[in-house]
Ligand binder design. Structure first.
Ligand code: NDP
Ligand code: HSE
Length: 433
């Protein structure tokens, strides 16, 4: 017998519209597959008039998200409003009523996950957040269930669709940064405040969620060394290509001697590596495990229908738990480590791309080599484009591995030298070894 579950949707925007469209398109298929009918009972949004490209019975609409949460016909709450305070309040309200919550709000989970997962546990209910990382890729479920018997050694991910879209379009079509950002916004990929995307914060939110799940303790946001792609100069994309690399916005999370290194930055990766072929809005994560080895997860990382697919998979999970009377069958987050430790970024061993602006005259390379050598940094290759003698010329250096702290100190010293014409540009290199 088909069982009907009531849904309360909070936020009828890009992803909310996709959820309504997905339900309308595939409700019968979902019912056939699961034996459950998912019925929208309330939809909360501030603006009822904007066209979402999908028809909705206006009798379902309210402007008061709390009214939707409290509606007795609502069994599962779907939070797709985004933002912090209002979303935190309605999620806490739903959990306090024992209602499971499905959310795509990575910012909220990264900042307030500890409080919200604790609240869910105390009220015997659950939070589902498949759409919070990797858009439509079934990534959270893979970590939480498919890989549950594995120790996670390393995760490397392209986790922001907007950044990957911008980098791809800048490289392939030689378009300026601002124009491709506007394209990403129009496509519904970017956050309401796109600086979250381009300054790396959104990738850091997602990295925090993945690291917390993988290592069993709440990883704080301020432990992520974060750099964004704002102001990225296309000459670096071109020099990187000349040297056999592509620039990708990467999150790197590693377990080193039982402590977690976590960093986010535009990073050079070898052009022949599978991650270099991830283009446009697509995301990919390589999860390196002690049992299965490398697992690659790939798919659309942002956008209406792909994200809605992940949301609806969570809704089905929550509905199954209600029907089987087992709301915490697979808890959203299990804190299994009390002694979790974060490694400071200065402890990282990295390889780098350095673009220096150097006066083109005898002896200058020697001075730079001396500074790098003094900090234990060894040069692997070097590229200089020809300019008129006596001017500042761009010089690109690829290094061997050295300490992150050594790079920071060496660059400070180099940038104070009189032969240097502009601040040194630095990107880390990831070889996936
Ligand atoms: P949108 O801005 O398109 O949609 C949010 C909707 O919620 C808007 O219609 C907004 O109304 C409404 N809203 C905001 N505050 C309230 C409130 N207090 N009560 C009722 N409605 C409210 O955002 P997205 O759909 O793009 O994103 C939603 C969430 O999903 C965010 O957390 C985002 O980070 C996440 N996400 C988004 C992805 C994407 O590709 N877009 C992918 C993965 C996750 P109004 O516009 O009138 O203010
Ligand atoms: N703004 C985000 C991105 C949405 O571009 O990846 C998906 O989380």
């Amino acid at each position: 017998m088909t069982k009907e579950l009531g849904l309360g949707l909070l936020g009828f925007g890009t992803v909310g519209g996709g959820v309504v469209a997905g339900l309308q398109k595939n409700a019968v298929l979902i019912a056939q597959r699961t034996g459950m009918r998912l019925a929208l009972r309330k939809v909360a949004d501030l603006d009822w008039d904007r066209d979402r490209g999908v028809a909705l019975d206006r009798a379902l609409l309210t402007k008061d998200a709390m009214e939707a949460v409290a509606d007795p016909g609502v069994d599962i709450v779907i939070e797709l409003m985004g933002g912090m305070d209002a979303a935190r309040k309605v999620i806490a309200g739903a959990l306090s009523l024992g209602k499971p919550v499905v959310t795509a709000n990575k910012a909220l989970l990264a900042e307030h996950g500890e409080e919200l997962f604790g609240l869910a546990a105390r009220h015997g209910t659950n939070i589902f957040f498949e759409a919070s990382v990797g858009g439509g890729i079934p990534l959270i479920r893979s970590l939480r269930e498919g890989l549950v018997s594995n120790r996670i050694l390393r995760l490397c991910g392209i986790l922001n669709g907007t950044c990957n879209y911008i980098l791809t379009r800048m490289e392939q079509k030689h378009l300026p940064f601002d124009r491709v950002l506007r394209e990403a916004q129009a496509a519904g990929y970017a956050e309401a405040d796109p600086s979250l995307d381009i300054d790396g914060t959104d990738t850091a939110h997602k990295a925090v969620i993945l690291a917390s799940l993988a290592y069993g303790f709440h990883v704080p946001m301020d432990s992520v060394a974060t750099e964004g792609i704002r102001g990225l100069n296309k000459v670096d994309i071109e020099y990187a290509a000349d040297l056999g690399y592509r620039i990708k916005m990467l999150a790197i999370i590693k377990d080193i001697d039982n402590s977690v290194e976590i960093r986010v930055s535009p990073t050079l990766i070898p052009v022949h590596h599978v991650m270099a072929s991830v283009q446009g809005v697509f995301n990919a994560v390589i999860i390196n495990c002690d049992g299965v080895g490398d697992v690659l997860c790939y798919g659309r990382g942002a956008g209406r229908d792909s994200t809605a697919s992940a949301v609806l998979s969570d809704v089905v999970d929550a509905a199954r738990d209600i029907v089987s009377n087992s709301k915490r069958r697979a808890p959203g987050f299990v804190p299994f480590r009390q002694d979790g430790r974060i490694r400071g970024i200065s402890e990282a061993r990295v390889r780098c791309y350095l673009r220096l602006s150097l006066l083109d005259k005898p002896g200058v390379f020697g001075q730079i080599g001396t500074v790098l050598g003094k900090h234990g940094i060894s040069i692997a290759s070097l590229l200089q484009k020809e300019t008129a003698t006596g001017h500042h010329a761009p010089v690109v250096i690829i290094t061997h591995h050295a300490g992150e702290g050594a790079f920071q100190a060496a660059i400070r010293e180099i940038d104070s030298m009189s032969v240097v014409g502009a601040p040194t540009v630095r990107f880390r290199i990831e070889d996936f070894e």
